[in-house]
Design a protein around this ligand. Structure first.
Ligand SMILES: NC(=O)c1ccc[n+]([C@@H]2O[C@H](COP(=O)([O-])OP(=O)(O)OC[C@H]3O[C@@H](n4cnc5c(N)ncnc54)[C@H](OP(=O)(O)O)[C@@H]3O)[C@@H](O)[C@H]2O)c1
Length: 323
């Protein structure tokens, strides 16, 4: 056995589904950079030959071919030797998780981290949240070890995109909507910081069977626009091209009600309500029992340097190479 094999055997083995997505890439990077984990990606056959997969193999990631809907026997086989399972697939696949939780329980996985990675919420506010909360209930009901992780809103999603190429609730237009007064705080996390938090959480016994809220800064929409305007002007000498579209809470409620079930328009409107009407996306609420009683990742890991909104704005609004 080679030295590198011996080393990787003593590391916690983490199996990730969705490891090439936005959240998944951050998690994989965080785990690899920490040097503490043996990382395995579950990849569907259609994606096995993607360049991203080959690059990850070069970085020491093990690839196991599997479909989310494979047989229980196949799922058991693919999870052999795994300590921790992380789901970071697109949210359309959330309902596929119970079969994976069953397999994880059968083969002795110690911790299952389902596909959350979003905002704290109370039940009955957002259909997407309720769908994810039902998965929490299932994991608890079968006695599988877990950690539930939310990260607020990605900072790059919270700042206004300085381009206007779509309409309604689709990006980037949704980032131009100021709901109500614009003075409600909302937690943001820079995407690359997600994986840094996860690398801490997975080695921390305090987080087993707990809900953890990861966040960088809390800002109101008015504060985010102020940062965007100032940074764009400072970096380019020009004002933002876009202006806020003010929308009343009643109007957003109407949008949510009229949107077809499960569509992005509905998810978008319910997010706006939860974020900026109810003010749910703050650490103080995440800690409340009715929100799941979160542990605050900033309190757990005070040494971890998080990226500020200002720093993200400086990368978002910097002049492009052609300009
Ligand atoms: N906090 C926020 O601001 C925020 C924003 C957006 C999303 N989210 C949440 O973050 C979570 C992850 O979303 P994301 O946007 O990061 O994901 P994403 O970028 O859409 O990535 C999806 C990943 O899932 C894989 N995948 C998709 N369908 C699959 C299938 N049928 N079988 C196997 N693999 C499949 C993709 O792999 P392939 O290479 O095979 O396609 C890819 O690796 C979701 O729960 C979402 O709600 C949060």
């Amino acid at each position: 056995m080679s030295n590198s094999e011996q080393k990787s055997e003593s590391k916690q083995t983490v199996f990730i589904l969705g490891g090439t997505g936005t959240t998944g890439t951050s998690i994989v990077n965080g785990l690899l950079e920490s040097g503490k984990y043996h990382v395995i990606l579950g990849v569907r056959s259609a994606s096995l030959s993607k360049p991203a997969i080959l690059k990850l193999q070069e970085r020491g990631v093990e690839i196991r071919s599997v479909e989310l809907s494979d047989s229980p026997e196949k799922l058991d086989a693919v999870l052999q030797g795994v300590d921790t399972v992380i789901f970071a697939t697109s949210s359309a696949e959330v309902d596929k998780q119970p079969r994976w939780a069953d397999a994880a329980k059968r083969v002795g996985v110690k911790r299952f981290i389902p596909d959350d990675w979003a905002i704290p919420c109370e039940r009955g506010t957002m259909k997407k949240y309720d769908q994810k909360a039902a998965i929490h209930d299932y994991i608890k009901s079968i006695g599988l070890g877990y950690t539930f992780i939310d990260v607020g809103v990605w900072t790059a999603f919270s700042l206004p995109a300085d381009t206007d190429t779509s309409q309604g609730m689709f990006p980037p237009s949704i980032s131009h909507i100021i709901s109500g007064s614009g003075d409600i705080k909302s937690a943001t996390t820079h995407i690359p910081d997600i994986g840094k938090f996860v690398a801490e959480i997975l080695s921390d016994p305090r987080t087993l069977n707990q809900y953890v809220f990861c966040w960088g800064e809390e800002k109101t929409q008015n504060e985010l626009w102020e940062i965007a305007r100032r940074v764009k002007l400072e970096l380019t000498g020009e004002p933002l091209k876009v202006t806020p579209k003010y929308e009343s809470e009643a109007h957003v409620v109407e949008r949510a009600k009229n949107a077809e079930d499960g569509t992005f328009a509905q998810v978008g409107a319910e997010y706006l309500l939860s974020l900026y009407a109810k003010g749910n996306n703050i650490v103080e609420k995440a800690k409340r029992p009715e929100f799941g009683g979160a542990l605050d990742a900033r309190e757990l890991y005070p040494h971890l340097k998080v990226t500020t909104v200002e720093e993200v704005a400086r990368t978002l609004y910097k002049p492009t190479a052609q300009a």
